[in-house]
Design a protein around this ligand. Structure first.
Ligand SMILES: *[C@@H]1O[C@H](CO)[C@@H](O)[C@H](O)[C@H]1NC(C)=O
Ligand SMILES: *[C@@H]1O[C@H](CO)[C@@H](O)[C@H](O)[C@H]1NC(C)=O
Ligand SMILES: *[C@@H]1O[C@H](CO)[C@@H](O)[C@H](O)[C@H]1NC(C)=O
Length: 500
């Protein structure tokens, strides 16, 4: 039924998506209408070159019957000019797990066994949006393959499957190939999302018991700055309560994330001034939008409900104003000017519509929803919530936390991320604050700046925007590897214990 939703509506897939006119000089009072959203959406279609066929995968029963028998399928994609291992030697799976605490939701995933060892950690990747498919990262960032210019696949030398057994999943329900027959399964908050992710992992380990003993890490980007800590807290609770299968959660990593909006939003003008993308007089004007944003985000924290929609509008006005000032500069990578197109991710849609690919995956006639406007809109009141609150408890229990940020991203910029990381109250807060900033070295060259103490690390990644694994593939793989092996450290105490 939703396949009739206007097809040429795309909206921006990553982090802060501004639903409001960039031209208004005043903070916008009320959570504004979806017609304003639509205008913004149409503007952005061109920037990312994505054209989802349907807005959301809420489907009729008939479509569901076709796919419901499919639990999991091993598939082989044709990989061109492959210097790597034959795809046939590796376990590559795709499929659905039915989510038990939903009316009728099925979550779609890709699972790639490690090219290195089956003993490598299991890693789950979550793309943000909210409402964008993790297949965007799979094919353009850290998955095992990239597209060559003729739509065939080539091995990605820096795919994260070189150091992990990696899952890319489509969530929340309605996104990518994940679907339901009941609209009531569309999620509105991190409670629903983290329960679904928890249930998904339980199903996964039931089907893949060989991986239960492996270390487990949660990773992702952008709006996943919300999903990841909420999911980690949920998993840890499940483990402590001896609920279901014990999942060996060792840590989580957030890339250019939106985690603590009340701390991150006021840093937009600071970042924009610091990088000289706006003038000092623009800075002074835009900074006046910060107090109303803060006031409303506090009401959102205390009252919830409509205050959260209002806070979303007022706070995003800050980013809107900056975007207006910077014109065609790409807010995800301020080194780039976009002439209409900032990124071209259209090949993933073309590829996933190929008959041969659909047959290999067994997805029948389902739409591929690269980004869902409905899923996005359903999360508006979740947007301004602070998900850093659950992290100290995890740090105290020794769960590793890595927050990294490409230095040229405005939208989830490193300054705001560094601020919330420093602001967390935990037993190592003082030591973290006092820890030295040291170079993160890849191939003898400084690839970033690292600060860490105990289980907490912050990494500013050089020469990268919002999409770190796309911009710095080698550094991002080394980051993941070093971090999982406990070798990503800057403090002296940690250096002494880490070499193995
Ligand atoms: C597609 O590109 C790959 C890698 O560049 C190449 O090996 C292959 O021959 C090409 N296939 C066609 C049909 O052009
Ligand atoms: C989360 O959303 C569900 C509806 O999807 C609602 O029943 C529940 O009360 C919400 N929880 C919180 C904490 O807001
Ligand atoms: C930007 O911030 C960096 C790091 O805090 C600082 O060293 C630099 O001087 C700042 N630049 C400007 C133009 O404010």
């Amino acid at each position: 039924m939703d396949s009739t939703f206007p097809q040429n509506l795309l909206f921006l897939f990553l982090c802060l998506f501004v639903l409001f006119s960039a031209f208004s000089a005043k903070p916008i009072p009320q959570a504004s209408s979806s017609s304003l959203a639509t205008l913004e959406v149409e503007k952005r279609i061109k920037a990312f070159n994505l054209f989802p066929e349907c807005d959301v995968n809420v489907v009729s029963n008939e479509v569901a019957v076709q796919t419901s028998k499919l639990v999991e399928k091993q598939f082989v994609f044709p990989v061109a000019g492959s210097p790597g291992p034959s795809a046939r030697e590796l376990g590559h799976y795709a499929g659905y797990y039915k989510l038990p605490h939903t009316f009728a939701a099925r979550m779609f995933y890709f699972f790639f066994e490690s090219r290195n060892s089956k003993k490598d950690p299991v890693v789950i990747w979550l793309t943000g949006g909210p409402g964008c498919s993790s297949e965007l990262a799979l094919f353009y960032e850290n998955g095992p393959f990239h597209f060559s210019n003729n739509l065939s696949l080539v091995w990605n030398d820096y795919g994260w499957d070189k150091a992990s057994n990696i899952l890319f999943i489509d969530q929340p329900t309605g996104t990518g190939f994940s679907y339901t027959t009941d609209r009531a399964d569309i999620r509105h908050n991190e409670t629903g999302i983290s329960n679904d992710l928890y249930d998904f992992m339980q199903e996964f380990f039931k089907q893949h018991p060989a991986y239960v003993e492996n270390d487990f890490y949660i990773t992702g980007e952008s709006y996943a700055g919300h999903y990841i800590p909420a999911f980690a807290v949920r998993l840890h609770q499940g483990n402590k309560a001896k609920q279901g299968i014990h999942i060996n959660l060792k840590g989580f990593a957030i890339g250019n994330g939106q985690t603590n909006p009340e701390i991150q939003y006021p840093e937009y003008p600071e970042y924009a001034l610091n990088t000289s993308i706006i003038t000092h007089s623009d800075y002074v004007v835009i900074k006046q939008l910060v107090p109303p944003c803060l006031q409303l985000s506090r009401s959102c924290e205390t009252e919830g409900g409509s205050a959260c929609g209002e806070a979303y509008a007022a706070c995003n006005n800050i980013l809107s104003q900056i975007r207006f000032k910077i014109g065609r500069l790409n807010s995800y990578d301020i080194r780039m000017k976009c002439d209409g197109l900032c990124y071209d991710f259209s090949a993933v849609e073309t590829f996933l519509r190929l008959e041969s690919v659909r047959d290999a995956l067994g997805i029948g006639d389902l739409c591929f929803v690269s980004c869902s406007e409905e899923v996005y809109n359903a999360m508006i009141r979740d947007w301004m919530r602070n998900y850093a609150v659950g992290i100290p408890g995890l740090l105290e229990d020794g769960i590793k936390v890595l927050v990294y940020a490409g230095e040229y991203d405005l939208v989830c910029n490193w300054i705001g991320n560094s601020k919330w990381v420093h602001a967390m109250t935990w037993s190592g807060q003082k030591e973290f604050g006092a820890a030295p900033t040291v170079p993160f070295v890849v191939d003898g060259v400084e690839a970033g700046q690292l600060k860490s103490h105990g289980p907490l690390s912050f990494l500013k990644v050089h020469n990268a925007g919002h999409l770190v694994p796309m911009d710095q593939p080698k550094a991002s793989l080394q980051m993941l590897q070093n971090w999982m092996q406990g070798k990503l450290t800057s403090s002296k105490a940690a250096e002494k214990v880490s070499p193995k």
